[in-house]
Design a protein around this ligand. Structure first.
Ligand code: SF4
Length: 221
């Protein structure tokens, strides 16, 4: 499948988890995957715990279907690497399932799941047509069809993440409703960096030499 907009894949490896980060906010993706910054909030801690629970269970056979957990995934062609929470080995092909703690808010996890499907197709040489995202707060699965549109969006995001990794740059901060749920808000400072005039003022103050006044030095002068 060709990439849209004439994008090409390079050599830089992209983590599958970066796809959801980029889809949520490109700056968040760059803070984590370029600057290696990570900070937890209640949402990320719940997420880590949920993934640990899923990964800790043993592989098993459920309703006649073999279930694999914490499966390493990669694609040489797309230079992708990551881990699938769970894969059901159904008679009509592998069926990846991604676990999320909250409720469904947007389709960011679908893109991450689609990347898992692209890896599985390359690794196993079989078609992977659908999978599911399990939302713990809703106690239900959301089925995801890996159609051409979703595949193209996923590959386009992989190419854009690679551009960020190669350029080693932070995209601008959108400073919108997404920031309230973002665990990186304290390091990102979106309300500061999104306002160039305020940022210039703070930078100026930061490098202003300190001029001691009478009495500032106490008994040390
Ligand atoms: S705080 Fe806002 S702008 Fe910054 S990384 Fe998070 S979502 Fe993106």
């Amino acid at each position: 499948m060709e990439l849209p907009d004439g994008l090409t894949f390079g050599e830089e490896e992209v983590l599958i988890s970066a796809i959801e980060h980029y889809s949520y906010c490109p700056r968040q993706c760059a803070l984590i995957h370029v600057e290696q910054t990570f900070d937890d909030n209640v949402f990320t801690i719940r997420g880590h715990l949920a993934h640990e629970r899923v990964h800790a269970e043993d592989d098993a056979v459920s309703h006649g279907v073999r279930v694999l957990r914490a499966v390493p995934l990669w694609s040489e062609r797309l230079r992708l690497r990551g881990t699938a929470d769970l894969i059901e080995l159904r008679p009509d092909g592998p069926y990846p399932v991604e676990y999320k703690v909250g409720r469904r808010q947007a389709d960011h996890p679908d893109l991450q799941l689609c990347a898992q499907a692209l890896c599985l197709e390359e690794m196993l040489g079989v078609a992977v047509r659908e999978g599911a995202v399990f939302y713990h707060a809703e106690r239900r699965r959301h089925e995801v069809l890996f159609d051409d549109t979703l595949r193209e969006r996923t590959m386009s995001i992989v190419a854009r993440i690679r551009e960020i990794l190669v350029a080693q740059r932070l995209p601008p901060a959108p400073n919108d409703a997404r920031c309230r749920r973002c665990s990186l808000i304290k390091v990102c400072l979106p309300h500061v960096v999104a306002e160039p005039a305020r940022l210039r003022g703070l930078k100026g103050a930061l490098f202003q030499p300190w001029e001691p006044r009478a009495g500032d030095m106490g008994g040390w002068s």
